[in-house]
Design a protein around this ligand. Structure first.
Ligand SMILES: NC(=O)c1ccc[n+]([C@@H]2O[C@H](COP(=O)([O-])OP(=O)(O)OC[C@H]3O[C@@H](n4cnc5c(N)ncnc54)[C@H](OP(=O)(O)O)[C@@H]3O)[C@@H](O)[C@H]2O)c1
Length: 299
């Protein structure tokens, strides 16, 4: 398949690009700058210049391809409503372009906050509806198009897609530990975070592209829930810093924006995804990557 990938220069998108090319697919990656164009090109993909804010560029990219994988996102944590508005507009654009074509449309989503108190499964609906909701309600919008001639598939990623070179949440926690001198966890550290290695995540994206039916929800989750205390302890070992419990009232002051997120107990399963796609994660665990020293250098 010829696949148009947004976010092809990003953490997950670059791994997905490599995975698709290795499996014999052709990839065209969206690039908004010379730097991202060079990264997409160096990965062996064709470059489509444009941006998430240039909806015409997205329409043209989608029209020329057999499938779209949307992994681009504005990770501006100072303006999440703005990022969500963009996400909504981008997904609306892709869906209207692909409607009636039966072509695959995969979009990224997350597992956080869907079913407080228990592990979220692929069957649990996403409570975010409408443009002003989390991620612009884009997952539901896409899934609703499954009966309008789009093979839409939501890929919900674990909050840590880890590996060497990660600049996401765990790297941010490492930065907090470096600046405060302690590797903190919230309360008793029993809150759990699911995890997936970046290469396992890329593999399940390809399997979903090739085989997930319209309207599927797929969980890119290898570990259902790693206790946050164990994450903090492994970070502390790697950084040579003591591990310490942070009281709930001090979370914002100690961790900044990531504290409330690190406090969440958000286990997620992927049993249905493994059954549907025959996916079996094989890469190192989050704690193994932490112990391998991938989070000790500042990013
Ligand atoms: N990583 C995780 O642990 C994780 C967990 C759950 C969900 N997700 C979701 O999975 C998706 C991919 O995440 P990621 O970690 O790969 O993100 P990332 O490394 O931050 O990459 C984001 C991508 O989006 C592109 N982008 C940002 N703004 C753009 C714009 N205005 N126009 C065009 N492209 C733009 C970036 O291009 P440049 O190279 O030009 O900056 C980059 O290719 C996102 O939707 C994310 O929210 C990720």
């Amino acid at each position: 398949m010829h696949v148009f990938v947004t976010g092809a220069s990003g953490w997950i998108g670059s791994a997905v690009t490599a995975e698709l090319l290795a499996a014999g697919h052709q990839v065209t990656g969206l690039a908004r700058s010379e730097e991202s164009a060079a990264a997409v090109s160096a990965a062996g993909a064709s470059v489509h210049r444009g941006s998430l804010d240039d909806l015409d560029s997205l329409r043209a990219g989608a029209r020329a391809a057999d499938a779209v994988i949307h992994l681009g996102f504005k990770h501006d944590f100072s303006d999440m409503p703005g990022a969500w508005r963009t996400e909504r507009a981008v997904v609306e654009t892709f869906l209207s372009t692909l409607e009636g074509s039966d072509r695959p449309f995969l979009l990224a989503s997350g597992v956080a906050g869907l079913t407080p108190g228990r592990a979220v499964t692929e069957r649990d609906p996403n409570p975010s509806h409408g443009p002003d909701s989390m991620r612009g309600g884009a997952e539901n919008l896409a899934l609703e198009h499954a009966d309008r001639g789009v093979r839409s598939v939501s890929v919900r990623f674990a909050p840590t897609v880890h590996g060497q070179g990660d600049h996401g949440f765990v790297a941010t926690l490492a930065g907090v530990a470096r600046s405060t001198g302690v590797s903190g966890y919230v309360g008793d550290g029993s809150a759990r975070w699911p995890a997936v290695h970046r290469l396992d995540a890329a593999h399940v994206v390809r399997l979903a592209l090739e085989g997930a039916p319209a309207g599927s929800v797929v969980h890119a989750v290898a570990e259902e829930g790693v206790p946050t205390r164990e994450i903090a302890e492994a970070l502390g070992r790697g950084l040579g810093l003591p591990t310490q419990s942070i009281a709930a009232r001090d979370v914002d002051g100690h961790f900044g924006w990531i504290g409330r997120f690190f406090a969440l107990d958000i286990p997620a399963s992927s049993g249905l995804t493994r059954e549907l796609l025959g996916w079996a994660p094989t890469r190192p665990t989050l704690l193994a990557d932490l112990d391998a020293g991938f989070y000790t250098d500042p990013v």
